[in-house]
Design a protein around this ligand. Structure first.
Ligand code: NAD
Ligand code: GLY
Length: 360
């Protein structure tokens, strides 16, 4: 059963569709919101081999004139060189403002293609077609686009909402198990900040349920982004586990994938919250069991000093301190402003409990 979530943000309203076979229906679906003109399909070389021909056929069938830009898979492509190559490719293909970028792939593709769409001629059409669980539940919706800089993760980016999100759950069938787990990390994040029952849903993995889980996550994100598109308040809740997670990614030279890093980041912060008396043992144990059940890490090999240094470069740091997303219970998180010293204390306690960084 196809599910539609209306995402209403101050800058744009659009639909996120979740269901089987949407890659093959992309042409007619996109033609409802974008006048068929030129269409550039952006994809990494793994995903392009699997789904780009079918997407191209569907788009051409609906009157789009397609071209493609394919780059090597992985976070290491989410940089200024790939962005420049993509923008130049768009210019060579003479795309105009009435044309459309189709981001076919995971979060790396969506973030990169979304940024290019927002920059090219000051903004052209954008359709997100997520093919990882992580991009389906999180990165394809909400309008954050970015590339990484040498100094840190997602440091150059824009807020730029897509015109449409098409989440074809059939594409998840080719996803490697580890990538599926990475997506579960973001689902557990939604469970921690808003909807604890998602943990129960994940516990009984029945492939028929995944559409419902994705739709629930998108609905939570849509609700939060409607209230705070540009992350001045409530949207910061979506960063639960991310400040430590981004630091882990950076320390690993982006060898640890985003989902796994966020999983370890959520374990660290929740362990620290437990030790500070901010949440109960049930909350911490529930999170750790959920992470274990999904084959996700709950600790990191990196130590306090290197994680602290890496986190200090994260954009979630303000001039006076850092906003920490604190777990109070499963389904309930809060924002706490802390100083650098206070942040270091969270890190130290989290590492001590989870046994990372050689602390115990
Ligand atoms: P990814 O895009 O690198 O995809 C992971 C791997 O899966 C890649 O090797 C890719 O080739 C492969 N793959 C993708 N779809 C496949 C399929 N259907 N079958 C087989 N293989 C497939 O990574 P990701 O985990 O999807 O996304 C992580 C990125 O998303 C990070 O850069 C992170 O910062 C970003 N992110 C952004 C937001 C946002 O709001 N914009 C939110 C969360 C994460
Ligand atoms: N992934 C965090 C956000 O979209 O705000």
């Amino acid at each position: 059963m196809m599910k539609t979530i209306r995402v209403m943000t101050p800058s744009k309203e659009y639909d996120a569709l979740v269901g089987e076979g949407l890659v093959d229906m992309a042409g007619p679906e996109a033609a409802r919101v974008r006048k068929p003109g030129k269409a550039i399909i952006v994809s990494d070389s793994t995903v392009s081999g699997l789904y780009l021909p079918r997407l191209g056929t569907s788009l051409r069938g609906a009157g789009f004139d397609t071209c493609e830009f394919v780059f090597p898979p992985g976070e290491s492509s989410k940089n200024v060189s790939t962005l420049t190559a993509l923008l130049n490719h768009m210019a060579r293909r003479r795309l105009t403002r009435s044309d459309t970028v189709f981001a076919l792939g995971g979060g790396v593709t969506g973030d990169l293609a979304g940024l290019a769409a927002s920059l090219y001629m000051r903004g052209i059409g954008l359709v997100q077609i997520p093919t990882t669980l992580l991009s389906a539940v999180d990165s394809s919706v909400g309008g954050k686009t970015a590339i990484d800089l040498d100094e840190g993760k997602n440091l150059a980016g824009t807020f730029y909402q897509p015109d449409l999100v098409l989440c074809d759950t059939r594409t998840l069938k080719t996803l490697p198990a580890a990538e599926y787990s990475n997506g579960c990390a973001e689902i557990i994040k939604y469970a921690m900040i808003r909807d604890g029952e998602l943990i129960e849903e994940l516990r009984s993995p029945d492939s028929g349920k995944i559409e419902g889980i994705i739709a629930r996550c998108i609905a939570i994100k849509a609700d939060i982004v409607r209230a705070d598109e540009r992350e001045s308040g409530a949207r910061k809740l979506l960063n639960f586990g991310h400040t430590f997670g981004h630091a882990i990614e950076k320390c690993s030279g982006y060898g640890v994938p985003h989902g796994s890093a966020v999983a370890a980041g959520m374990a660290l912060i929740t362990a620290a919250c437990f030790m500070k008396g901010l949440c109960g043992r049930d909350c911490l144990d529930g999170l750790l069991a959920a992470l274990r059940g999904c084959g996700l890490p709950a600790s990191t090999v990196y130590g306090e000093e290197e994680l602290f240094e890496a986190a200090m470069g994260d954009k979630k740091r303000g001039p006076d301190g850092i906003t920490v997303v604190v777990a109070r219970d499963i389904g309930r998180c809060e924002l706490h402003e802390v100083s650098a010293a206070g942040f270091r204390e969270f890190l130290r306690l989290g590492l001590r409990w989870t046994g990372g960084g050689g602390e115990i």
